[in-house]
Design a binder for this molecule. Sequence first.
Ligand code: GLN
Length: 450
Amino acid sequence: MSAADAVTDALRELRAEFIGVREGQLADYIPKLTLADPDAFGLALVSMDGHRYSMGEAEIPFTLQSISKPFVYALALSVLGLDEVGRWVSAEPSGEAFNAISLEPVTGRPANAMVNAGAIVTTALIPDTPDEPAFDRILHCLGSFAGRRLDVDEEVYASEAATGDRNRALAYLIRSAGTLPVDPVAAVETYFRQCAVRATAVDLATMAATLAHGGVNPLTGDTVVSAEVAAQVLAVMATCGMYDASGDWLLRVGLPAKSGVSGGLIAAGPARFGLATYSPPLDASGTSVRGHAALGALSRRLGLHLMNNPALPGSTVTLATTADDLPSAPADDRERALRERVGVVAAQGALDFTAAERVLYALDESGPERTGSVVLDLREVTTIDSVALAMLHTGLSRLAGDGWRAAVVDPADRLGPPDLVRERTGQDLPRYASREQAVQYCAHALPGAG
Ligand code: GLN
């Protein structure tokens, strides 16, 4: 037993709750997929620290099918960039089934890379290199997302290749519209092989976690794609990943997701986790019935909806007051009067744009307007990202420009090395190791302090 088994317990409860659901049909247009066990139900979660949790049939390999699409799209974006990929495949929700025979009216491009038409094009965009044919690059990339080498289920591949005329028709249609850069037969064969790559729910949760983690695989630490590409892929998954059910999914579940006709379903909580489920019976839009129910319930219970980010106002600025209110203030009247004119703001945690705005607002509120000087205490700040750093530098230089005194308590140099701070703020910002030293400086540097 361990404390983190609470996460496993949540997965166990979901499995117990939805294992009895009997709706849904196995995909049968790829004959080999009808051999799947309709009772199998596996769930897996991988955290940003690479902690893995799973329940049920989470170690059974099955074919990725359409879950391969976002990852091959990621590879295409990495190799060619968004502008070039965008010339061939659009990024609009189609409102149609995954296998719709349909292209964008004027441009002839497929609607997005999550429907078959778009995925066939995305796959076709991956060029061979001198050492690696395109399919090997794809397989290698899928393996980097999963954190282990993956392989192809040759029987499922052969089964789809024998019956996949609809996808071939689609490839010829795209070719006739001028938006398929290679031979349609070759494009579809590579696409079928990518759909037949085999992985488990735990692998899929790792793949989703890699996208959620800015392109860095949380198990291996490898940078699989850039943070920019990971965000682009998640955006398309959010708007198009569930085909004609994408709007309702984003509304109710609120997570970028992708389903596949073999029964897999992945969802990613950006900067939080990767999730995957495996349960073969599908609903009418080709999504696992139990997977949909389980991820929906999980999102509601754990408050995972992307648009649901309640701000935690107390969490950044921990103190906004004047120095006479600090417990360290002496009883001496003259000292107290000086300290009334020193604002003190303390912040904590990781500072990003939102947090930096709170800090700057607190400086204005408790600081110079009313007092004449301000101490910014950054001892409990763990990191400052580049946007927040630029904002703090600008804010401090504006204070100086307005003629106010500022001092920082920054023993760890979170604001950057002194040279950089001088350059960015236009001043030698006094920095102290303790809050009391900074308060003393500000109190006695005030005009009239003597
Ligand atoms: N290989 C399948 C197809 O092209 C993938 C479809 C899916 O998983 N939605 O039809």
